[in-house]
Design a protein around this ligand. Structure first.
Ligand SMILES: Nc1ncnc2c1ncn2[C@@H]1O[C@H](COP(=O)(O)OP(=O)(O)OP(=O)(O)O)[C@@H](O)[C@H]1O
Length: 254
């Protein structure tokens, strides 16, 4: 199987001499194309730092990030911007939809900016929103949607360019458990339909149990990994056990 993400000896230091914070320390892993992976760990363990570096928003202090066979550290700013546009989608905890645009225009925005033909744009928006169960919400504005619907619209927007990888930072953080499970089921659909690789940071063991694999970070290092056998409930229990085993902030991770 092809590794769409290869992380080699990744270290990230913040700050200057005398006040250096080591957010990541010699992290190594690979993610297979089409996988759905969760990154968990206590507050301050380096999850967001890792996601920002893999998604090329931030640069490492040391180490390599190879995405889809390309060493991102070797790309110039312009190449990197194009690479990011064509390869990566991003979803945040806050939905970041534009209030004065309809849901249709919000989702279509990345394609409109790329001068794609209008018919193609509408087709893509219809296909994605049908998959996410919000195809009857397209004429509405963000304030007229529930939190779960807004987040599904934000994911549609992140996918409209057909990225190979979708990065999600606490995508269920602002949702109730029903809206969260609907969103996670959508991620699974996207993965099986488009073979999109999904990498998600989460504090929520239940959200992580929808994934194929969970990586646990502690103090900027990978402290454990788990893989599902396909049974979500069993996987959920294993994740809880791992959280307890790794110690520290069990309550926070729940
Ligand atoms: N811009 C920055 N400057 C200095 N230190 C930073 C910066 N960003 C993060 N850090 C530090 O790096 C470490 C890892 O932070 P990071 O945000 O990646 O953790 P996290 O696991 O995502 O935490 P949380 O779950 O609370 O969001 C923390 O000690 C944090 O204080």
């Amino acid at each position: 199987m092809f590794s769409i993400i290869e992380i080699k000896n990744l270290t990230k230091l913040y700050g200057q001499k005398g006040a250096v914070c080591r957010a990541l320390h010699e992290v190594n892993f690979e993610v297979e194309a089409g996988a759905f992976v969760a990154v968990m760990g206590p507050s301050g363990s380096g999850k967001t730092t890792l996601l920002n570096i893999i998604s090329t928003i931030d640069k490492p202090s040391q180490g390599q990030v190879i995405i889809d066979g390309r060493d991102t550290g070797a790309l110039r700013e312009k190449e990197l911007a194009l690479f990011r546009r064509d390869t990566i989608g991003f979803v945040f905890q806050e939905f970041n939809l534009l209030d004065n645009m309809t849901i249709r225009d919000n989702i279509a925005l990345p394609l409109t900016l790329n001068n794609i033909n209008a018919e193609k744009i509408l087709h893509r928006v219809r296909e994605l929103t049908a998959l996410f169960g919000i195809d009857n919400q397209l004429d509405k504005y963000p304030y007229q949607l529930s939190g779960g619907q807004k987040q599904r619209a934000a994911v549609c927007r992140a996918l409209v360019n057909q990225p190979k990888i979708l990065f999600a930072d606490e995508p269920t953080g602002a949702l109730d458990s029903k809206a969260a499970s609907e969103l996670l089921a959508c991620f699974q659909n996207v993965r099986s339909r488009y073979k999109t690789t999904v990498v998600m940071v989460t504090h929520d063991a239940s959200a992580a149990s929808y994934c194929d694999r969970v990586m646990f970070l502690k103090d900027g290092m990978i402290s454990g990994k788990l893989e599902t056998n396909g049974n979500t409930e069993e996987f959920f229990k294993k994740i809880l056990n791992m959280v307890a085993l790794l110690g520290g902030e069990r309550n926070e991770l729940l």
